[in-house]
Design a protein around this ligand. Structure first.
Ligand code: SF4
Length: 356
């Protein structure tokens, strides 16, 4: 498999063109064919000389992702499943804004993208971790999810959250390169403030990302307000317990001067009691963080149950009473296995059965 032309930055192309004795402006032309004209074939690049097109065809592939399936409808959450060149699968989820919550910005779409195939972190409530880790995605495989979601939906993506399959901070070099492809004016041209990285709590990488110059936003999958509860459902907490995680988060807020979002899945009998709400309020206030509460989604093969609505409301009200900005969202796409990793698991299990 050749490297993807979509993975080439202007600097990469400048080196390549210099080596071929081609003028440097060809780099701009190539990027325009890729990102603005959304070329699906090198043969379409009609303003490039035939010798250069031949060289590109012999040395690079173009699209790395093949669309397999879409679930969901135009006015709701849609999930796209893609096959990679090595028969692995990834998925991304296109989420419309809620008119009730977003008013004038209700036309804005958020895309939740994957950064790895599978995940090594094994959070106990997550379908992506069920089958372990397969591999990191390359930067073009990450950015191409945006390109294809726009093409398949016919809609512009305004915000990107790195919250799909995988732990994005465990794939930091490719993630940083994907930021470049996504934010550059020659690339997708989406502003860094519209990118949110969601991590399960890799403290050293949070510090590294805090030192990255772009104003990327950060969300943390907290899901437990004490080490005891978090250890039970998030093995990552044994490596970086809450004290280390919060040190890193304070470093982030100092460097970025930005509000962090704490994501908190409510699981009946595990983390949805008022004692956890009290501790969560203390953590959130110390960071001046917002809290997103998400009643858990049932996942095939996992035992967790969502608390009933009065319990979810009582948890949210307890945070608000303590002065924390908290939202309770009934998760979109509940009906289409929107929790990350579920569609891919079904596809890969089906593939295995077909082979058996
Ligand atoms: S929640 Fe995120 S970090 Fe945890 S297993 Fe799932 S994909 Fe990995």
């Amino acid at each position: 498999m050749h490297p993807s032309l979509f993975n080439q930055t202007p600097a990469d192309l400048a080196d390549l063109l210099e080596g071929l004795g081609e003028p440097s402006y060809r780099g701009r032309q190539i990027l325009e064919w890729l990102w603005q004209k959304r070329s699906t074939s090198i043969d379409e690049m009609s303003n490039l000389p035939a010798r250069l097109r031949d060289h590109l065809k012999a040395s690079f592939s173009l699209r790395s992702l093949t669309h397999v399936r879409t679930q969901g409808s135009r006015d709701s959450t849609r999930k796209f499943l893609f096959r990679l060149h090595d028969e692995c699968h990834v998925e991304c989820v296109l989420i419309p804004a809620s008119p009730a919550l977003h008013g004038e910005r209700a036309h804005r779409r958020t895309l939740c993208v994957s950064s790895q195939v599978g995940c090594a972190y094994g959070c106990r409530f997550c379908a992506s971790g069920l089958d372990g880790f397969t591999r990191n995605l390359t930067a073009d495989e990450i950015a191409e999810q945006v390109l294809l979601a726009e093409e398949l939906s016919g809609e512009k993506v305004h915000n990107i959250v790195f919250m799909g399959m995988g732990e994005p901070l465990a794939n930091l070099p490719q993630l940083l390169k994907a930021f470049e492809l996504i934010t550059a004016p020659w690339g997708l041209g989406i502003g860094a403030r519209h990118l949110t990285v969601s991590t399960s709590g890799l403290a050293p990488q949070i510090r590294k990302l805090a030192d990255h110059p772009q104003q990327i936003r950060l969300a943390v999958s907290l899901h437990g307000a004490s080490d005891k509860v978090r250890n039970r459902i998030m093995p990552v907490n044994r490596k970086w317990p809450l004290s280390e995680l919060f040190d890193a988060l304070h470093y982030w807020t100092k460097r970025k001067n930005q509000k962090i979002t704490l994501e908190y899945i409510l699981i009946d009998g595990v983390n949805a009691d008022l004692a956890q709400a009290g501790l969560l309020a203390q953590h959130a206030k110390s960071l001046r963080a917002k809290v997103n509460l998400i009643p858990c989604n049932p996942v095939e093969g996992l035992p967790w149950k969502r608390p009933d609505e009065p319990q979810c409301r009582a948890f949210r009200d307890s945070l608000v009473k303590n002065g924390v900005s908290a939202t309770l969202r009934l998760e979109k796409g509940h009906d289409i296995d929107a929790a990350c990793g579920q569609l891919r698991l079904k596809e890969e299990k089906k593939g295995r059965k077909d082979v058996d």
